[in-house]
Every structure is written in structure tokens, then in C-alpha cells.
Write a protein that binds this ligand. Structure first.
Ligand code: ADP
Ligand code: MG
Length: 393
């Protein structure tokens, strides 16, 4: 965690400050040399500015090909693609690519370059001055949850898979492109890290309002992240293009139904966010407080445990009354893992974290890990009950 914070725009930005650009495909065909059938057959599609559109579909249906035509890594055989009304062929491909972020699985960092050099690559090509690149790099590392002082001079091999992926996202955003393309960006990390990266991407998007096109093979990821989902069949034929809610409620055909899979009422849990549920606001203690005093205050409030926050209101510990009362001063680091979940996480994610928690709940955090409250198991089960009653009535 870094101590060099800078104020950010208030949370809960409205949609007024969209910085993304609209992408329009008009009758786009891509036939690879030697192939009898086109990989992409007559695709027409509008990706609205400032939205996240998730491409899903079986392997080989043309997702990656479609994505790579947007930044001209592949050229269409026929048809046109425009970004904010401008034909992408009006610029040369290299120039175009500097205005489009591109993030692929694993982050694809250059191994011989430090984190700072990787992130600053495109700004450098755009001839930004050194001070501006350095400031931008630190800002982005903060944004993706990596302490700049700790990580900027490291090499990719000195980072975990999840951290490399974060740097990949920072690099994609470096030159502040209106469009960000992602191809299975979180495919190579473990489920918990994937969940964190997804939550972070949503926070980032809330702040930046880019146009993000993201390929995934994971329907749950598509439901969680997408403003819209494009379900593709072979030849990039559109099976359905709609919001996650509508796709779950009314799959357009059998193909979509099969693809979305069974248990779609459970999948509704991937639509609801933690911050839509009621959080509890117990009495909290601060690092350094005498443990016995904190335990007495919690007990007087009818609580069975003590939640400890640091000076920046980030969770620092979560103890039973007995544990806390034995501590002369509540420590800065917890000896046990504190289960936290981002306020943008889905109810599904929260349930996963709860199963690993010994306190029958999780602490909910927002931007910069600031504590928001406690989500209890009871609140989640109430929600599930209410949702399934609604669905069956
Ligand atoms: N560079 C290429 N040369 C020839 N055929 C390709 C190339 N890239 C992809 N294809 C073919 O085009 C089709 C679509 O591939 P792709 O866009 O990678 O699908 P997806 O990302 O949905 O798995 C597949 O049949 C694949 O074999
Ligand atoms: Mg692919």
C-alpha cells in the first residue's frame, strides 16, 4: 500500500464524463488465406461509447479475430470499422494502435523491462516528457492496486501472475486511450485473484468510462463485467447481443440457452452487487487502541467481535472479544487473514469469501480498500430468498 495518495474524483461518477468512443462494425468479413469459410462472416455491430461489451462464444467462433480487427492486427477482407465515426483505415496502423489499449492473457510484459518501463512504453513512443511519464506510471500503478514505490522498479519475473496482469492493465491504459481491448485477460490467474482483478476493472471503469471490448470464454465473467454481452456462434454470427439481465431472462435461442447453461437463477447472483445489500455498521476500533477497551465497547454494543481499522480506515484486524481483550494495543497487521470483498463484487463472490471466513461474514471495502461495513451471511441468504420468491411469483 502506498502513502502517496492523490485525491480522486468522487465515487459514484455519473455517466456524463464518458471518455470512451463508439465502435461500429459494418458488414465486416474476414477470410484467412486458404480457409474456405470466413472466420468472421458479415458482422454488423455497434459498441456504445463508455460501455463494457463482453464477447463470448465457443472456441474458434471468431472472437479474437473480431477484436484484432479493431486495432488492425488483422485487416478485414471487406466491410468497414469506425471509431467515433472515423474509418480506422484513415490512420496508419501503428498510429491507430497507440490510441487503443490492448491487454492479453498474462499481461505479455517485456521481461527485460521494469514495471515502470513496461507501463511507460506507449507514452514514451508518443514522446511525452519524462516527468509526465513517471507521474502517469505511478498514478496507474495506484489505480490497479500496486504500490508504485514498491513495484515500479521490479522486473516481471519478480511479480506474481496476478500482479503481472495488473501491470498489463496499467500498460493498456497508459496513454489514456478511449478504447481498451482485452483478450481473455484474466484467464491465467487463480479464481480469487481473478475475482479481485475483475472488481478492480469495474472500479477503474466507473472512474474512467472507457469503451472496453473484452473477450472471455467464461459466461460468469461476462455476466459480471458486461454492460452488454455479445454471444457469438461460428463465423462470428451473432446469436444474441443484449444486457446480461435480458440474456439470462430471455435467451434468444437454444444455442444461447445452452451457452448460458443451467442454473441461471443462481447466475442471477452474479448480477447483484454487494453494495446493493444492507451492510451492518458495528462499532469499530483503531490500530493502537487498547484491546480491552475495544472489546468492552464492542460487547456493550452487543457485538461478538472487534473490527480494527488503520488510520486510513482500511481493515487491519478482526478479532473475537476474547482475542482483543488480551492485546495491550491492537496491532497494525492481523495475525489472521481478514476476509474482505470489494463493494462491486457480486453476491456470488461474497459467498465464496464468506465460506473462508470464521466470522460469518465479510468486511466490505471500496476504493483504496477503505472499509464500508460488514456483510453478514444472513443478509445474503435474505437476498437470495427474496430474489427466488420474486422469480417464482
Ligand atoms: N492467423 C490465422 N490464420 C488462419 N486461420 C486463423 C488465424 N487465426 C484464427 N484463425 C481461424 O479463424 C477462426 C476463428 O479464430 P479466432 O478468432 O481465434 O476464434 P476465438 O478467439 O473465438 O477462439 C478459427 O477457425 C481459427 O482456426
Ligand atoms: Mg480467442
Amino acid at each position: 500500500m502506498s502513502e502517496t495518495t492523490q485525491p480522486r474524483p468522487d465515487e459514484g461518477t455519473t455517466g456524463d464524463d464518458v471518455s470512451g468512443a463508439e465502435i461500429v462494425f459494418d458488414d465486416v468479413v474476414k477470410t484467412y488465406p486458404g480457409m474456405s469459410e470466413p472466420a468472421v462472416n458479415s458482422l454488423s455491430l455497434t459498441v456504445p461509447a463508455g460501455e463494457i461489451v463482453m464477447f463470448v462464444g465457443p472456441s474458434g467462433c471468431g472472437k479474437t479475430t473480431t477484436l484484432k480487427m479493431i486495432n488492425r492486427l488483422h485487416e478485414p477482407t471487406s466491410g468497414t470499422i469506425t471509431i467515433d465515426g472515423e474509418d480506422i483505415r484513415s490512420k496508419n496502423a501503428t498510429e491507430l494502435r497507440r490510441t487503443i489499449g490492448y491487454v492479453i492473457q498474462g499481461g505479455s510484459l517485456f521481461p527485460h523491462m521494469t514495471v515502470k518501463e513496461n507501463v511507460g512504453l506507449v507514452p514514451g513512443l508518443l514522446k511525452w516528457d519524462k516527468a509526465r511519464i513517471a507521474a502517469r506510471t505511478d498514478d496507474l500503478l495506484e489505480l490497479v492496486g500496486l504500490d508504485p514505490a514498491r513495484y515500479r522498479d521490479r522486473y516481471p519475473r519478480e511479480l506474481s501472475g496476478g500482479q503481472q496482469q495488473r501491470v498489463g492493465v496499467a500498460r493498456g491504459l497508459a496513454a489514456d486511450p478511449p478504447v481498451l481491448l482485452m483478450d481473455e485477460p484474466f484467464g491465467a490467474v487463480d479464481p480469487i485473484t481473478r475475482q479481485r482483478l475483475q472488481d478492480e476493472l469495474m472500479s477503474i471503469q466507473e472512474e474512467l468510462q472507457k469503451t472496453i471490448v473484452c473477450v472471455t470464454h467464461d459466461i460468469d465473467e461476462a455476466i459480471k463485467l458486461g454492460d452488454r454481452i455479445l454471444v457469438l456462434q461460428e463465423g462470428a454470427h451473432i446469436a444474441q447481443y443484449d444486457t446480461p439481465t435480458n440474456i439470462l431472462a430471455a435467451p434468444a435461442n437454444e444455442f444461447v440457452e445452452d451457452f448460458v447453461g443451467s442454473g441461471s437463477s443462481l447466475k442471477q447472483l452474479s448480477l447483484a452487487r454487494v453494495d446493493e445489500l444492507d451492510l451492518q455498521q458495528p462499532v469499530v476500533a483503531t490500530v493502537g487502541d487498547p484491546g480491552a477497551e475495544a472489546a468492552r465497547a464492542a460487547e456493550a454494543a452487543g457485538q461478538r467481535d472487534v473490527i480494527v481499522l488503520d488510520s486510513r480506515r482500511r481493515p487491519a484486524g478482526w478479532y473475537t472479544l476474547r482475542e482483543a481483550s488480551r492485546m495491550s494495543a491492537l496491532p497494525a497487521g492481523s495475525s489472521t487473514e481478514v476476509s474482505t470483498v470489494d463493494r462491486r463484487a457480486t453476491i456470488n463472490d461474497a459467498l465464496d469469501s464468506m465460506l473462508a471466513s470464521t466470522h460469518g461474514g465479510v468486511l466490505v471495502t471500496g476504493r483504496r480498500d477503505e472499509y464500508h461495513g460488514v456483510l453478514t451471511f444472513a443478509a445474503v441468504t435474505d437476498h437470495i430468498r427474496a430474489t427466488s420468491e420474486e422469480a417464482s411469483s
